[in-house]
Ligand binder design. Structure first.
Ligand code: DC
Length: 218
């Protein structure tokens, strides 16, 4: 590891792939500061919807970015699939990505003093935000499995078949938009470790990630 580059883990993958859970476990294990970059796009999407704007319109999205310092990132509404859809729309606008890029890099390269480094999870961390780090992971899972996970998170025991179908459709549309946008699409960096979590426990995924990172550190 170069002396100038802090320990940064870049964790990318599609919605509900399990990357959030893995990110939290890795952050705890390695004592890293964690940034869930999706929450930034979600907050922008949420602010646009709340001011009756159009998440596909650049001027509306840029106005929403200005409100970020006053946005409660802990608001549970930010986690819903409908906010995810708005986030995916604002995230396809190049000016939005540019505006959020510096903040993400600042975070990545300046871990708080009591932390050993940082971990960022998102879609373009390994390819665009922190391509310099050797510690890159790409987490994925079958879309039906991901829909089921998101459904249980959002509705618990009270969800219906229709709710599940709606989430599945949203995820398919979101994957398609995130993967095919011209700027910083969702993409595995060439040197990232690919982990498919469809049939794996979180413990198994965690161990695979740790073993990859430890081998790189040697
Ligand atoms: O990871 P998430 O589901 O919270 O992300 C919500 C949306 O934000 C996702 O569909 C695409 C966008 N996003 C992005 O484009 N780049 C990132 N680094 C993180 C999220």
């Amino acid at each position: 590891m170069s002396l100038n580059i802090p320990f940064i883990i870049a964790l990318d993958g599609p919605a509900a792939s399990g990357k959030g859970t893995l990110a939290r476990k890795l952050a705890e294990y390695y004592n890293l500061a964690l940034l869930d970059t999706g929450i930034l796009y979600r907050a922008v999407g949420w602010n646009v919807i709340n001011s009756d704007g159009n998440p596909e319109k650049e001027t509306d999205a840029l106005k929403a970015i200005e409100k970020l310092p006053d946005t409660d990132l802990q608001n549970p509404a930010l986690r819903s699939e409908s906010t995810g859809a708005a986030a995916s729309k604002v995230a396809a606008i190049p000016a939005v990505r540019k505006a959020l890029r510096d903040f993400q890099r600042q975070f990545a390269y300046n871990p708080p003093e009591n932390k050993a480094g940082t971990i960022l999870d998102g879609r373009d961390i390994g390819t665009v935000i922190c391509p310099e780090t050797p510690y890159k992971l790409f987490i994925t899972a079958d879309v039906k499995t991901r829909a089921k996970r998101r459904f249980l998170e959002e509705f618990g025991e009270s969800g219906t078949e229709e709710d599940l179908e709606n989430i599945l459709e949203d995820l398919i549309v979101r994957d398609e938009r995130d993967t095919n946008r011209p700027m910083s699409p969702l993409k595995k960096a060439e040197d990232a470790l690919l982990i498919d979590t469809t049939n794996s426990s979180i413990e198994a995924v965690f161990e695979e990630a740790v073993s990859f990172i430890s081998n790189k550190k040697k």
